[in-house]
Design a protein around this ligand. Sequence first.
Ligand SMILES: Cc1ncc(COP(=O)(O)O)c(C=O)c1O
Length: 400
Amino acid sequence: MTAISERCADMQASPIRKLVPLANAAKTRGTSVYHLNIGQPDIPTPEGYWKALKESLPEVLAYGPSQGLLVLREAISTYYSRAGIDIDTDEIIITTGGSEAVYFAFMTTCDVGDEVICFEPFYTNYNGFATMAGINLVPVTTVAENGFHLPSKSEIESKITEKTKAILICTPNNPTGTVLSPEELSTLSDIVQKNDLFLLSDEVYRDFVFDGGSHLSTLELPDIEDRVIVMDSISKRFSSCGARLGNMISRNKTIMEAALKLGQARLCPPTVAQYGAAWIYHHLSEDYYENIRTTYQNRRDLLINELSDVEGIFFLKPEGAFYATIKLPVKDADAFASWMLTDFQLNGETTMVAPAAGFYATPGLGLDLIRIAFVLSDDKMRKALNILKNGIKTYLETVQ
Ligand SMILES: Cc1ncc(COP(=O)(O)O)c(C=O)c1O
């Protein structure tokens, strides 16, 4: 039998999902599992979404336009204008999740063998999309001691080669919760101008900045309008991960023409979901955004309260998004996370976390780190973290 492609054979399994078979086996044994492994919010999708879907049910569920329905692109443009950012509907293409926006950003800026500089730890699925696009992610390591903020300009520039086409950032960050400062964004702006690069900016958590901070979008940076591509999504903003809707934004017309060709190849993004998304964008007030931000900030604080007294654990206060990258006193967080599902339970329950090595491109980094998503209600978070604490104690006493 002929071999499958090297591309897929070499592709890493997502650390967020690869332990799912173990979680399923635990559930079959009768153990309930708290999912802190995945950024799947438990906040109900705004009710009007379902009503809007029903009202727009067509007789024929037809293809829509490749760039997405105008009504949704107008709604997104209005959302950005409320934040003081002027975006024309032609500068937006609706994608199948923010995921496809990442893929389109890679595909429109890079050829096979080109390099994109990124900051590790990074959203693990960038690896998969880089493999699909045939590009190389070149990591610059960020460290907890520095709040996972960017290293010096010279360290970043030292990674630039003649193959480098872009720098990829994510702010607020998954998996660290770090929010890049205006100074850091200004440094990146200098670098991309000086070295003639694109700046790919994943801003899917832009509504979740804590402690009174605000989000500066790369769309607001002067002088690099033509270089910026923003990747955005409604998955987390509107607790609508299953709608599979995101968008890519760029003021660079050539990039948008190229993205449209990619869009035409896959025909169109999900049609029905777009009506619901447009309704939400048009109808939600500032209170909605304020409420979800406060909810996640409170959960962040709960996480800090529950875990700060645990010996051997180290983590920083996330500045935004809804993730924390946590150092454990274990040698192999992958083995620990698996063991939590195969061998541990407390009163018939266990907790699933994501081992963080897969969020690094440099082999050997992140082996003692896990990522936790604080996406469950306070009560469930408390129980899940208590199980985690007990699991760590038992693991250290009996396994490691
Ligand atoms: C940083 C980041 N970008 C992109 C995505 C993709 O999200 P979706 O495809 O659901 O919009 C995610 C999902 O967790 C994410 O965390």
